[in-house]
Design a protein around this ligand. Structure first.
Ligand code: KG4
Ligand code: ZN
Length: 356
């Protein structure tokens, strides 16, 4: 009998539900929250309220699109963390109530592991090549930047991470400086396509496999401040080149450490994941590593890069097979780091999904 799983994602500002069955995703519905646009970042309180409004319509649509009745579901998977606590509480509470009402098991999923496991999603009628273990996954989003050594579905080790801003934050903050709407990553990407990386921006020199993006943001700010003194129209006149230069700088920083990690761990299976993996420049650069370095590269499908419940569903499915279920007393966490399937809440510099 096919296994049907409903998955719910509500860690930040996207309310999403997906239905998964037998290795294929039957639906993946995402409601973006427009309410944050005017604030230039996610407002946690407004995010929680919008999740409350969106969750029932989004889940109904996921079930209707998948053409299944809720009675056919065998488990409910939900994002337990990390993320904004108020947002996570909406998805967690709904999942608990839904599972209890249907008398089916609950499965808790770590949002960051799910971004990595998005590489194992197969859409209907598709046979997609998936990474072999061990592989390296550069997980780049609005709240996180990590190089993850993936030894198995739930045996992952963070071997490098940002010590300050995430790559997505660097995109969003640069966009804000340029007067672009929030979230700015996609706008920078679009403008960069018509520009050239003619401006040199300061690159950090951080030892090991860790990242830093705060210096780049500051250098961009000071560079523009000086240029605007000479020419108040500097941003308007150079928008595309500025976007291309900033994008190139972020990608160079990301790739530099990824190559270093591949060499250090002698791994040739390379994947990228998270919202910033939607970036066309990053996708092209990583794709070219196949030719230049002989790596097997894995670029996620566009719809599974930014936050979505399909990635929660695939992670939930792998836990379902193992019989790894959660109980009704389970509470969400805003911060947390995985290592070998265990949780370490204390040694963290990992950011929550909160973005300013
Ligand atoms: O994974 P995600 O949806 O949410 C978090 O878990 O944070 O990532 C959102 C981030 C935002 O910072 C957004 O600007 C960035 O991903 N992003 C992009 C692109 N699309 C989304 N950054 C650069 N280029 C893009 N095309
Ligand atoms: Zn995410």
């Amino acid at each position: 009998m096919p296994v049907y799983i409903l998955a719910i994602e509500s860690s930040c500002d996207d309310t999403s539900a997906a239905v998964f069955s037998d290795n294929t995703m039957l639906s993946n519905i995402v409601a973006n929250q427009q309410v944050h646009k005017d604030f230039g970042g996610v407002v946690p309180e407004l995010a929680s309220r919008a999740h409350q409004q969106n969750i029932i319509p989004v889940i109904s649509k996921a079930l209707v699109t998948a053409k299944i009745d809720k009675k056919m579901l065998q488990a409910v998977a939900f994002t337990r963390g990390p993320g904004l606590l108020g947002s996570l509480l909406v998805g967690t509470s709904f999942a608990k109530a839904f599972a209890m009402g249907l008398n089916i098991p609950l499965i808790e999923v770590n949002h960051l592991q799910a971004h990595v496991l998005a590489h194992f999603i197969q859409d209907q009628g598709e046979i997609r090549k998936v990474p072999s273990f061990p592989f390296l996954c550069l997980t780049v989003s609005g709240g996180h930047t990590q190089i993850v050594l993936v030894k198995d579905h739930f045996d992952m080790e963070i071997i490098g991470q940002t010590i300050d801003d995430a790559a997505g934050e660097a995109f969003d903050k640069a966009a804000k400086i340029l007067g672009l709407p929030y979230p700015g990553g996609p706008y920078i990407d679009k403008n960069a396509k018509s520009g050239n990386h003619v401006f040199q921006l300061a690159k950090p020199s951080i030892p090991g496999l860790n990242y830093s993006f705060s210096g780049l943001k500051t250098s961009f700010l000071y560079f523009l401040r000086d240029k605007l003194k000479e020419n108040p129209q500097f941003i308007e006149e150079n928008m595309n080149n500025l976007c291309a230069s900033m994008q190139k700088a972020i990608i160079d920083i990301l790739i530099d450490k990824l190559l270093k990690a591949a060499k250090q761990y002698n791994i040739r299976e390379i994947a990228i994941a998270g919202g910033v993996s939607a970036n066309s420049g990053l996708r092209d650069t990583v794709t070219r590593l196949k030719q230049s370095h002989g790596f097997n590269v894995y670029i996620p499908q566009f719809q599974y890069t930014t936050d979505n419940a399909a990635m929660i569903a695939i992670a939930g499915y792998f836990k379902f097979i193992k019989g790894d279920f959660a109980d009704q007393s389970m509470t969400p966490y805003s911060r947390g780091e995985f290592s070998g399937g265990n949780w370490h809440f204390d040694k963290l510099s990992v950011k929550t999904g909160k973005r300013k």
